[in-house]
Design a protein around this ligand. Sequence first.
Ligand code: GLU
Length: 384
Amino acid sequence: MVAQRIKDIPPSLTIKLTDRVRELRRKGMDVLSFTIGEPDFPTPPHVVEAAIEALREGKTKYAPSRGILPLREAISRLYQERGLDFTEKNILITTAKFALYAALQSLVDPGEEVILPDPCWVSYEPMVMMASGRAVKVRLDPLEEFSFLPEKLKEAVNSRTRILILNTPANPTGGVLRREHLKLIADLAVDHDFYVVADETYEKIVYEGEHISIATLPGMEERTITVSSFSKSYSMPGWRVGWVAAPEEHINDILRVQQHTLTCLPPFVQAGALAALEGPQDYLNEMVKAFRRRRDKVVEGLNNMPGVTLRPPHGTFYAFFHYDQPVPSMDLTETLIEKARVALTPGIAFGEGGEGFMRFSFAVSDEKIEEGLRRMRTFFEENF
Ligand code: GLU
């Protein structure tokens, strides 16, 4: 007796697979996991200290629903530096995943269309479904940073289009969109009067090119809901803290969703987030340097395997590689666990456009990556 709205919603495959690996390990199987995107580095010590200090000071009650003022001010300065006319009124502190959910809840009426990249992160489509919207998937161009294929995107836009979800740097593809890719989307959004929900979770993890916020393009400040997170940049995934940056009226709409659901994020978590933003940034730079080194290792290792091709990801910590066999990616995932003791996320988890690909998350130690690549190489040499 499940509600219609929830009936067809699949489980999150990134989370399900990670749980499965935990279970296999508990049973004694030596399986290496490159599934979930979770940085292996500890949260910076000064961030942990700031949260402990806040707990000791008794910051254990409700925080303001929009988030604590100094944190909202600090985040608004990030956007001012990019040329946006934002103040603390344009910022709301929440979990980034919840921010995306709440943004869709606040903007989509039943049957309205939401354009999604195909492939894209596992949770966008279920979020559209939970908002009773209709997901319209548009294929990406692997040769162009996995940006939208321009003709396909133009065909997808119509009078029912309400939102386009944009993710750059992108999970799972590692693509970093250039200004010309963003301009195409911005021009369409302005001409057809739709919103862009920009998921910029990986904004700090860029190796080539630069991260550009679509909100900074002409006409976009008033029609972009930007979401970002502390999880990946500051290695804080378990803290569940991120934010929304948007025109004030949209922040107020999302705030109402937050007031009636989460209430607020814990005040000691927000104290940690503030320390992350305002404290030394060298930790972040070191982490990106390590991700770049691992990226190079993974690119070389995978491209040396028979039947495997990977264009170097320009951002994120995901290698989205193509394999040259007519095997469904879900089956390959099972075989890799069974025969190579390596767990990856199948491309199909990210949509039809991901079939024929596998996602390898290199947010794990160099040693594990080296061992994982060794195991995979043996498997691909024997089977491909
Ligand atoms: N976003 C990460 C991933 O794709 C974390 C898991 C999740 O939220 O899906 O692996």
